[in-house]
Write a new protein. Structure first.
Length: 741
């Protein structure tokens, strides 16, 4: 069985595209080979800045012969239908076979294909792969029509076995496939031939090219750590930067340089960000002081002076970059020392969204929401308000303008300079969290209050202007914001009624969008004050309406009537996100659905406690059997109510019970309801589930011993009403009709 080696050699491929391109090459080629009948034992793809490589082991020498029987049109069908079938099968009419079928005589075609040599198939597959390669961006050069990420110089394509290596005959836009490649651009120029993958990899390494990206990354990291350790320092880990740098060099040479003393006092994150973004340098930290004192750069060649000239040039460029950062830092400190008022004022002129006003408007809304949320999260209201006002201040700073990824972090630094408490400084950084499923969730009450306020205002705002996520499109990251709210609430075990907060914030957006001047200011002032006192939507809007007469009151009454639909839709969006979140924790969506139809479904912590208890209960034998009994009751009731045209929901009386099992079920339901009601009120869901479990035996015995649809209509109605009691008692815990199975 031959082995296949492919190399596509070009000008430098952007580092961010290399890994994906190698995987695309592997998938396109191997899928094409398999589709053509060539199976293989294994395949591996590699990339360097100038080449994509694919090695396929254990390839079949030829594709197998195939024999396919294909059913065609009926005998006597129109000529066009038969001719179309013949074209598809690649046959002539005299090669068709007539067969009798239950539907009459039908044409059948027997299509036999001889196997093809591997080289012929590889040539076709690779030609199609190169011409249709899915680069994010590509270019044409010269007079040819071929598109590639950068000009393609050569194609290496050989099939090798015990007898030797053979070049696959292939030519694309004047580039003929061969058995040669090039080494390092500067350290080993010139071409050389290879006979197998092992020979190829070894000769490349001798020519100063490390083929494997993982090997290059490991080499860089090991050398950088050794250099730092030798001086009592440590490398700041950055996996993304390591992967990028490994894609910039074919022969990595690690060099360590100094940072000028003038810049070392800068915040470590500023140095780290500036060096990473502009120079692709690793930061080297002093573990005792936490300061960044040196940097590591990775050259693509060895030099006679051991990198001294390269380091000198890098340090010169770095000095200019860090001088800019120092200038931004010092300017920002002067504004922060003055209290940062200039930053907050300038945010009034920064548009957040053309329908949602400026960043200044947003700060006002976030502050109002933080004031409302603070008591529920155990935060000091005044601190939460102060933190909300400061949280976005650094968006106007020069440092964040230059490095947007430092937003929040610079707000933390500047808060201390402005004289704000530590809680406010922490909230400036933490209110953006969590940004993703692996991000830490803030636990400090003030940070939690501002983080919730920020995300809830974003969601309410985009719902208010009907800019909701659709399909896979979510340009404003609203799904991420909702997941952030869910994690903030659940991880901190908060008891918050989201519906009231949605209503209040939606009303606030509505007032901002539709009212102007003093009326708007007065409305928002009264709304904020009322929410601060009551924390509920109803009282808030009533107070607002009491202060104004005429058309404005009518307008707001209309707003009040339209808000519940928007609020319900936003809550449903949260429920969908909660299902996705809990699915990864082993709680089924139908279990959550069963709990969603209970009161208080906007209290996510309560909802999850119910779902966890119900999930655990349904996993037991009692829970599974009881579920079947309740579903059986519900189905019999539905059929009877449809047939009789009445609802059986009350009137079950033990005096009409005839069988002992019937009387026992009455008693069991009374006992269960007496236990379930206080348990649910006390949120003791384990006790409620235990009471539910006690019904399993009586319900099973009832169905085994009692005929529901008896001829005695009084007894029949009583038994149907008894089934309604089963449904009602179980509904006191969860809507079990939502459970699948």
């Amino acid at each position: 069985m031959p082995d296949l080696l492919i190399e596509l050699f070009s000008e430098e491929i952007p580092a961010r595209m290399q890994l994906r391109a190698a995987e695309d090459l592997k998938k396109l080629v191997t899928d094409g080979l398999v589709d053509a009948g060539l199976t293989y034992a294994g395949a591996a793809a590699f990339s360097t800045p100038r080449r994509l490589t694919l090695a396929v082991d254990g390839l079949l020498a030829t594709s197998p012969d195939t024999r396919e029987e294909r059913k065609g049109p009926k005998v006597g069908a129109p000529d066009k239908a038969i001719e179309g079938f013949l074209r598809g099968a690649g046959l002539t009419r005299d090669q068709l076979e007539e067969r009798d079928t239950p539907k009459g005589p039908v044409y059948f075609a027997l299509i036999e294909k001889k196997g093809r040599p591997a080289a012929e198939i590889v040539a076709d597959v690779l030609d199609a792969t190169i011409r249709n390669f899915p680069w994010p961006k590509s270019m044409r050069w010269g007079a040819g029509s071929l598109r590639w990420v950068r000009p393609l110089h050569s194609i290496l394509c050989i099939l090798s076995d015990e007898a030797g290596a053979n070049v696959v005959p292939l030519e694309i836009d004047g580039i003929k496939a061969g058995d040669s490649t090039e080494g390092h651009r500067f350290m080993a120029p010139g071409r050389f031939s290879v006979s197998s993958f092992a020979d190829y990899e070894a000769k490349l390494k001798a020519a100063k090219v490390i083929l494997s990206p993982a090997e290059r990354a490991d080499h860089i990291w090991a050398e950088a750590q050794n250099a730092a350790f030798a001086q009592g320092l440590e490398i700041v880990e950055d996996k993304a930067l390591l992967a990028e740098v490994a894609g910039l060099v074919e022969w990595p040479v690690v060099l360590m340089g100094d940072i000028a003393k003038d810049f070392i006092p800068l915040p470590p994150e500023v140095l780290q960000t500036s060096m990473k973004e502009h120079q692709k340098f690793f930061s080297v930290r002093n573990p005792k002081s936490g300061l960044i004192e040196k940097f590591v750069t990775v050259a693509n060649r060895e030099t006679a002076d051991h990198g001294a000239t390269i380091l000198a040039g890098n340090q010169k460029v770095l000095y200019a970059r860090l001088a800019d950062a120092k200038f931004f830092w010092e300017n920002d400190l002067r504004v922060a020392e003055a209290g940062g008022a200039a930053w907050l004022e300038s945010l009034d002129n920064v548009t957040f969204h053309n329908k949602l006003g400026s960043q200044g408007d947003r700060i006002v809304r976030i502050t109002a929401m933080a004031r409302a949320v603070a008591p529920a999260v155990g935060a000091d209201v005044d601190l939460a308000v102060l933190a909300a006002r400061w949280a976005k201040a650094d968006l106007s700073s020069e440092m964040v303008y230059e490095f947007p990824e430092l937003q929040g972090l610079m707000g933390k630094y500047y808060a201390g300079v402005a004289g704000h408490p530590a809680e406010v400084a922490a909230a400036a950084l933490e209110h953006y969290s969590p940004l993703g499923p692996s991000d830490d969730v803030p636990s400090a009450p003030v940070s939690v209050a501002v983080a919730l306020a920020d995300k809830l205002d974003t969601l309410a705002g985009f719902w208010a202007i009907d800019e909701k996520p659709t399909g896979s499109k979510d340009p404003f990251a609203l799904r991420r914001a909702a997941l952030g709210v869910i994690r903030l609430i659940l991880d901190n075990r908060l008891r918050i009624n989201l519906d009231a907060l949605f209503d209040a914030q939606l009303l606030r957006h509505e007032i901002e969008q539709n009212e102007n001047g003093e009326v708007r200011a007065a409305l928002l002032h009264d709304l904020d004050a009322e929410i601060a006192d009551h924390g509920v939507f109803g009282a808030a809007i009533r107070t607002v309406l009491d202060h104004f007469d005429g058309d404005l009151s009518k307008h707001l009454e209309g707003v009040k009537e339209s808000l519940p639909d928007t609020s319900d839709d936003l809550l449903a969006f949260f429920h969908d996100r909660l299902k996705v979140y809990l699915r990864d924790k082993g709680i089924r969506h139908d279990v959550i659905d069963a709990c969603l139809h209970m009161p208080g479904n906007d209290d996510l912590t309560l909802l999850v406690k119910r779902a966890e208890a119900l999930s655990a209960f349904l996993a037991t034998e009692d829970g599974e059997n009881l579920l079947q009994g309740v579903k059986r009751s519900t189905n019999i009731l539905a059929q009877a109510e449809e047939k009789d045209g009445v609802e059986y929901s009350y009137g079950a009386d033990v005096k009409f019970a005839e069988a002992d099992e019937e009387k026992a079920l009455f008693a069991a339901l009374d006992a269960a309801q007496a236990a379930i009601t206080p348990a649910m009120e006390a949120e003791d869901f384990a006790a409620a589930m235990a009471a539910m479990a006690s019904l399993r035996g009586p319900i099973d015995s009832f169905f085994e011993a009692v005929q529901i649809n008896t001829d005695n209509q009084v007894v029949r109605r009583n038994r149907l009403n008894l089934l309604a009691r089963i449904r009602a008692v179980s509904a006191g815990v969860a809507d079990l009709s939502r459970i699948e199975g």
